[in-house]
Design a protein around this ligand. Sequence first.
Ligand code: ZN
Ligand code: ZN
Length: 389
Amino acid sequence: MKLSSDDYYERLHITRDASPDDIKKAYRKLAKQYHPDMNKENVKEATEKFKEISEAYEVLMDPDKRRIYDQYGKDGLKAQFGSQGFTWDQFTHASDVGDLFSDDFLRTVFSNFGGDDFFGGSSRRSGRSHAQIPRDLETAITISLKEVYTGTTKEITVVSKNVCNRCNGNGSEPGSVPKKCSTCNGSGEVKNVRSMGYSRFITISTCSDCNGSGKVIANKCSACHGSGSVQGKKTMSIKIEPGIEDGVVLRLPGEGEHTTEGSGDLYVSVHVLPDEKFRREGSDLYTEATINLKTAILGGNIDIITPGNIKTISLKIPPGTQPMSKFRFKGEGLPYWRSSIRKGDIYVTVNVKIPDNLTSRQKEFLQEFFNEYDSTNPVNKKKFLWGLI
Ligand SMILES: [Zn+2]
Ligand SMILES: [Zn+2]
């Protein structure tokens, strides 16, 4: 996205004789265009654009500022905006786009450009030190067993600290130089002398006003209030490879906080939701299937549907299948993480549903059947003790 024109009218795509109504319409149209939801790939640039059109809007909506601008150009506005130009705290028309953006967005994204209290909430941070060590960030995502099976891409949004663009992280308003710390007179250290009787104790400690740098910011950066960093939202896609284990923590180097000292890492912990039908052990999947008595005795086929309805596999039940029999489907389980070839197995434990709603006629048939059956399979007394026929 290239930067906007230097001319305020061009920035808003309006002519020099545009009425306040035209200006407002043009501004709202562009504000929608630069909405972060419409610019997920480059929120930062879109926000920068938004700032530029807002600056133009601020000038052209104010009859006095517009007159000065028309007559003297941007130079004429220096007395209005200060030598550093427009800042958010000089923007008085937030309510004209308040309905287009969420409060949350306005606070989060616009704090990039600082300005105390731009949208009603105070975002001023005290932040004295700007030699900051970048912190690592943590977040978590949840995926289903189906996504473990196939792999997936997840979008995550992290709120992170970034180096302030305006001051490059040094906390000073562009053009202003830090001044000598008056507390330590530029030495970065403070001496504390205590007398006890005839002894004097001298303690030397780091000056807390300048954090030992010997310098203090004379003119705080208007975007970060001197802290050197701003809060920003970042959305990124994370590729989850098939077969990932529950509880794995992925490390994304350099995606943590950004400070002048460098970048932290982002740690994403992956949680796999329990599945209704399958229990997972490594890459193997365990499930249960219930068959009827007829199938158990005479044999038949049942369908096993893999997680996420990805595949149906047919399980052949041989005649005389006992309850709790286990069947294994080799290579139908989950892929091994980071292996394109190996896959686990699916184990199916078969339950047998014993009919419990027989009519008396059906019971008679069965009795007849068992009379016949027992005559060909005499009851083994020993086994009988264990309840077998
Ligand atoms: Zn700054
Ligand atoms: Zn100091």
